[in-house]
Design a protein around this ligand. Structure first.
Ligand SMILES: [Zn+2]
Length: 49
């Protein structure tokens, strides 16, 4: 094992300093929270169905 933790990918949220906690299955983007998920989706909350 290495003596230091491997470089963790950071959240893809705009100006988000947190390390990512999960990866979005659609966009494959690293995300830390639902807020950042919505942010990277570009406010795609216009589903009228
Ligand atoms: Zn984030």
């Amino acid at each position: 094992f290495s003596s230091y933790p491997p470089p963790r990918e950071k959240c893809a949220g705009p100006s988000c300093p947190n390390p990512y906690k999960y990866r979005d299955s659609k966009t494959k983007l690293p995300l830390c929270s639902l807020e950042c998920y919505k942010a990277v989706q570009g406010g795609a909350g216009t589903m009228a169905c």
